[in-house]
Design a binder for this molecule. Structure first.
Ligand SMILES: [Zn+2]
Length: 342
């Protein structure tokens, strides 16, 4: 089958589209014919590699997948061949106390499709049957593939970890990113006032259309100053941090007394400076969040079906254009998700 793979860790040049052996489903697994697979910043991290990441090359990229079940392994009674599905990107062991509690993203053996195991930017992918959720019929395959990782990440961070309440103000960085697009909508759904930042006025207008109340262009203004101005100098109750080094110090300064900063990623670097005086004196809570549970994804999909959350597809490209797609993502040239079709 054809797949977007990396043959080694490195720059854009290690990404190839070529033939790899077609995977077959084992016990408890299903094989899915991929119709659409979205990109994430995680793809770029995996391509570059990090200490502790061990993959077997060639490694198939891609965490967000929608498709049709082609074949089921022994012991699988659902889904059935022919079912349209969207994949929950996280895989827990299924047996430990965390998994049994429905908190598989806290499982010690937790992994993400396309990270430690083969991904879905390919013609076919094999996953545990429990990861294959019914695709909402109202969504195209491209739209369905644009939901899982970023909406799950934003949902668990804002609803699960930061516990955003009605009337609070939430700062969402990089509102044009996959996580940003999801976070603006989720914070609004939870009843918050949303201050969104982006690097261009065109992206900010799109963020407004998603529900953002206040817009801050971080290229032309100082976002900390703007946040203080927009909150009567109080700061925001919650910051959704996924940018990392470039924004971290500002995120801490933008938080209100007793505020919560929830960090889900570090696109611009994971080793920022933290002035602890601001953390203890202003009694900030710094919360980590990674992914979410399949149950949370099912809830998100319900809100999508009800029209309360909507995936945003920036563009659809053929699988062969994966390098171009990664370059667009690296340059932040998109608003929402870039989706590949095999
Ligand atoms: Zn487990």
């Amino acid at each position: 089958m054809r797949a977007a793979t990396i043959r080694a860790h490195g720059g854009p040049e290690v990404v190839e589209v070529g033939e790899v052996p077609e995977p077959r489903p084992g016990p408890g697994q299903v094989a899915v014919d991929v119709r659409a697979a979205a990109l994430n910043h995680l793809d770029l991290w995996v391509r570059r590699g990090w200490p502790g990441l061990h993959v077997s090359f060639p490694h198939v990229l891609g965490s967000d997948v929608a498709g049709v079940v082609a074949e089921v392994g022994p012991g699988v009674d659902a889904p059935r061949p022919g079912d349209a599905v969207v994949l929950s990107p996280g895989i827990g062991c299924g047996r430990c106390p965390r998994c049994l509690a429905g908190e598989e993203n806290l499982c010690r053996r937790y992994t993400i499709i396309g990270e430690h195991v083969a991904g879905g930017q390919a013609e076919r992918i094999v996953v545990p049957a429990r990861n294959a959720l019914p695709k909402p019929p109202a969504l195209s395959f491209e739209e369905a593939a644009a939901v899982p990782l970023t909406f799950l990440t934003a949902w668990h961070a804002l609803a699960g970890r930061a516990r955003v309440r009605t009337g609070e103000t939430v700062l969402v960085h990089a509102a044009g990113s996959g996580v940003g697009v999801a976070a603006v909508q989720i914070a609004k759904l939870l009843g918050a006032r949303v201050i969104a930042t982006a690097g261009s006025d065109a992206k900010l207008e799109k963020a407004r259309a998603l529900g953002a109340d206040e817009l801050v262009n971080y290229e032309t203004t100082d976002f900390v100053h703007e946040v203080r101005r927009l909150t009567d100098r109080r700061g925001v109750e919650v910051v959704l941090e996924h940018v990392g080094k470039k924004t971290w110090e500002g995120s801490i300064l933008a938080a209100a007394l007793g505020g919560r900063i929830v960090t889900v990623g570090a696109t611009t670097g994971w080793d920022p400076v933290t002035d602890l005086r601001h953390v203890f004196y202003r009694q900030l809570s710094i919360l980590g969040s990674t992914m979410g549970s399949a149950a949370e994804l099912a809830l998100v999909l319900r809100f999508v079906v009800e029209g309360k959350l909507r995936p945003v597809v920036d563009r659809v490209l053929p699988l062969a254009a994966v390098r171009d797609a990664q370059a667009l993502l690296a340059d932040r040239a998109q608003f929402g998700k870039i989706v590949l079709t095999p």
